[in-house]
Design a protein around this ligand. Structure first.
Ligand code: G3P
Ligand code: MG
Length: 242
């Protein structure tokens, strides 16, 4: 049974506040091959790494990212909601994460959040900054907004894309091929061994999310998936190495 790429979901988000540098550093320390991050756009057009459309849950601030400036976002504490050990953590910019990815020489899965809040030209902005850091090879862009993914393939076909979905999709490899995607990023509960096999025979990789428990990780290993998006890179590495 082959190994799989371990992507730390929002870093090692079981152990440190999601989408912060503490979380990314922990993921790397635990042996993750890459990290998964979520990207939105601020009021003044900066690419902000945060899961939700609002900063409320993961910082001490309030409001939609689209209504806040970079200065306002950078003034927030993104760690104390998780534990007092992380007081002072900042919300990262995509550029800062790219710098880290380059330094650590790891893989990157950028999830473009584009809906229910829609960000003007977020696809172009993400592409341009990844190109500027010369990280196209190491990066895969995913999204639940498949219009965004199709658009990215149209304007920059050198980028790899992964279609995110949570429903049990019929013949996802056909759909993936039709939008030029390199991979599917399904909710792990929706796949089986046959789907993985068919995808791989059609040149489509399978990177399920978010797989945290030992039993679920063992099942993904049995399915022979290409990658796993997990909050627990340590457990994932252990299961896939056993
Ligand atoms: O990219 C995998 C996963 O992050 C997708 O869902 O809501 O955790 O961003 P979500
Ligand atoms: Mg995500």
């Amino acid at each position: 049974m082959g190994n799989a790429i371990t992507y730390g979901h929002r870093g090692a988000s079981k152990y440190a506040p999601e989408n912060t540098f503490s979380s990314y550093i922990k993921a790397v320390e635990m042996g993750a091959d890459g990290i998964e991050i979520d990207v939105h756009k601020s009021k003044d057009g900066h690419l902000i790494v945060c899961h939700d459309e609002k900063v409320d849950r993961t910082t001490n601030g309030k409001g939609f990212i689209k209504d806040l400036s970079l200065k306002e976002i950078k003034a927030l504490d993104a760690g104390s909601w998780f534990s007092k050990d992380f007081i002072g953590e900042k919300v990262p910019l995509l550029e800062e994460v790219l710098e880290f990815v380059k330094k650590e020489d790891i893989l990157l899965n950028i999830e473009v959040k584009n809906g229910p809040i829609f960000y003007d030209k977020i696809e172009e902005d993400v592409i341009n900054v990844v190109k500027a850091y010369d990280l196209v090879e190491q990066t895969i862009i995913s999204s639940f907004n498949h219009y965004s993914l199709a658009y990215i393939k149209n304007i920059a076909k050198e980028f790899k894309t992964g279609i995110l979905y949570i429903a049990g999709m019929l013949e996802p490899w056909e759909y993936a091929k039709s939008v030029g995607a390199s991979a599917i990023h399904p909710l792990f509960l929706t796949i089986n061994k046959e789907v993985v096999k068919q995808c791989q025979q059609n040149g489509i990789k399978v990177n399920p999310f978010t797989v945290n428990g030992e039993e679920e990780l063992k099942l993904m290993k049995l399915f022979n998936v290409d990658g796993v998006i997990t909050d627990c890179p340590d457990i994932c590495k252990k299961i896939f190495h056993d």
